[in-house]
Design a protein around this ligand. Structure first.
Ligand code: TXA
Ligand code: MG
Length: 325
């Protein structure tokens, strides 16, 4: 199959209407989209990505009102959060209606709903009579794509069309939340800061890992190894790690400090001015670049564990768990 990159909305809509998959830009990462109400179309997403069927997909809708059509019930607190954060990088887990095929939710009674904040994709959704199921547009387990070029690298020849909407403005996947007994459960940290969710809702959040009796499927957002480069990666204090591994070809991922005294083969400083938004935007493309750099080992700094720093740390930790000494 020949893969075309462009920004033809009508062509994309026609392909999706025929049950094909199309890669779409969002503010978080690029998604691999298909008609969420069509089982056969959704199957093609799993095939192209090599994604296990136990891993459910987020359903992207044109606005919150449409999203609510696919939920059996919506708690007040979800409406409140949607008012502040939609469209945007926040995904809501809600009890699903039967119109959503079981394949989309991997058999779970919950469906993940989100309104992406990207002008091209919102215009595309406006042309369609169905919502779009879309995981990140990468091979399963690898780093999520934040440009059309990243999607092309992973899926060239496997999908007909990639809509190019430029580099993603957030650069990290959406935050995923669910609701249980008046509590907000965080299933994945991401593009909306937990602090902002707590401030707007006036409620404390709980990480899904802290629940004693979680009613949930295992989700890839929770797999220990995910978002991983092929090159080994370790997180920690940079000077001692450099000392320990200095006989190897080393790369560096750091927040603002370029460690000028340390002689790395390659350095990626994600935000010299210490801006976590800028760092998040640069994270995945830097990981891809450094992964292509023919290095033995990548050393990554721990980020401040607040705001988007928590999500950056989460992705870096999962990038490292393949590391074997
Ligand atoms: O920002 C994002 O969320 C991007 C863009 C494309 O929207 N999408 C994304 O999709 O990151 P994906 O498939 O790579 O990650 C979605 C996560 C997965 O870990 C999946 O298991 C979880 O959401 N998820 C989806 N539906 C779920 C459900 N019904 N119950 C629990 N987890 C679910
Ligand atoms: Mg993904």
């Amino acid at each position: 199959m020949h893969t075309i990159i462009g920004n033809d909305l009508r062509y994309s809509a026609a392909l999706l209407g025929q049950g094909a998959v199309v890669a779409i830009p969002t503010e978080t990462v690029y998604g691999l989209a298909a008609n969420a109400l069509n089982h056969e179309a959704v199957l093609k997403i799993f095939e192209a990505k090599n994604r296990p069927h136990f891993n459910p997909l987020i359903v992207h809708c044109k606005n919150w009102e449409h999203a609510c059509q696919y939920a059996q019930s919506v708690p007040e607190i979800a409406h409140l959060l949607a008012k502040h954060f939609c469209p945007g990088p926040l995904t809501f887990l809600l009890p699903k209606k039967n119109t959503i095929p079981d394949l989309v939710t991997s058999g779970s009674d919950l469906v993940a709903l989100r309104i992406p904040h990207h002008p091209l994709t919102l215009s595309l959704l406006d042309l369609l009579e169905f919502p779009l199921a879309a995981p990140s547009a990468n091979q399963f387990g690898y780093i999520s794509p934040t440009t059309a070029g990243h999607v092309y690298e992973s899926l060239n020849g496997k999908i007909p069309y990639i809509m190019d909407g430029g580099p993603c403005s957030i650069g990290l996947e959406s935050t995923i939340i669910g609701f249980q007994d008046d509590q907000i459960i965080v299933h994945r940290v991401g593009g909306i800061e937990i602090e902002a969710i707590e401030k707007i809702s006036g409620a404390k959040t709980i990480r899904v890992q802290e629940l004693s009796n979680p009613s949930r499927p295992t989700t890839a957002g929770q797999l220990k190894s995910h978002y991983a480069p092929h090159t080994d990666l370790i997180i920690g204090e940079i000077p001692p790690l450099f000392e320990q591994y200095k006989n190897l070809k080393l790369g560096l991922i750091s927040f603002s400090d370029a460690y000028p005294e340390l002689n790395f083969e390659q350095k990626y400083v994600l935000s010299p001015k210490r801006d976590l938004h800028e760092a998040a935007q640069n994270l995945f493309s830097s990981l891809r670049n450094i992964d292509g750099g023919d290095l033995d080992l990548i050393l990554a700094e721990q980020f401040p564990n607040e705001g988007l720093g928590a999500a950056i740390n989460d992705r870096l930790h999962r990038a490292q768990s393949l590391y074997k000494k």
